[in-house]
Design a protein around this ligand. Structure first.
Ligand code: ADP
Length: 192
């Protein structure tokens, strides 16, 4: 299997690049943000709990997202591999992912992290807020999300660094240009 963690701050283009990666490599897409928004839309108990946290720009408890991931892994265990988008966001989640994949004799192949300057992130997210009305794409919540990323999520890069799996990719320029940088990284991973 090819198992990719697509990593990066809010607004770094993980969703956009995921679509292109899935199309080319046929992977199963798992976005914890999308899964949580589905719960919110369906107004489940979990969704109601999650919405409040998401609108504040904070992280949903590890236990909840890890449970969602385990369920998806089970559903697609015989597929070509996964792309994890917006997960893991804490070291605890990274450890849980490793454990869950080990149950299927699998592992993360590479963690691709999209690097984009803060000013650009804010600009992109404000635009998305205008276009889609996503309730967490307002200036206050955007700033909070980026702060949470810097504090709680950046340590995940050190976790994958230690395993020599962290591949930083410049996340600015055209969508196709960024994708070609990603293709280069995946190409090398597939060679090994
Ligand atoms: P973005 O990357 O633009 O913030 P996402 O859709 O990935 O967008 O996430 C939106 C919100 O959903 C996050 O701010 C957080 O509250 C929650 N969330 C998503 N994924 C996770 C996760 N792995 N752990 C905890 N909370 C998460």
């Amino acid at each position: 299997m090819l198992n990719i963690v697509l990593f990066g701050p809010p607004g770094s283009g993980k969703g956009t690049q995921s679509e292109k990666i899935i199309e080319k490599y046929n992977l199963v897409h798992i976005s914890t943000g999308d899964l949580l928004r589905e719960e919110v839309a369906a107004q489940t108990d979990l969704g109601k709990q999650a919405k409040e946290i998401m609108d504040k720009g904070e992280l949903v408890p590890d236990k909840i997202v890890i449970g969602m991931i385990r369920k998806k892994l089970e559903e697609h265990q015989n597929g070509p591999g996964f792309i994890f988008d917006g997960f893991p966001r804490t070291v605890e989640q990274a450890r849980a992912l490793r454990k869950a994949l080990t149950d299927y004799d699998e592992r993360v192949s590479v963690m691709i992290s999209l690097e984009v300057p803060r000013e650009e992130l804010v600009k992109r997210l404000l635009n998305r807020g205008k276009e889609t009305g996503r309730s967490d794409d307002n200036l206050e919540t955007i700033n909070k999300r980026i702060d949470v990323y810097n504090k709680q999520t950046i340590p995940v890069t050190y976790y994958y660094d230690k395993m020599h799996k962290h591949a930083p990719v410049e996340g600015t320029g055209s969508i196709d240009k960024i994708f070609s940088r990603i293709e280069e990284v995946i190409g090398k991973v597939k060679e090994n």
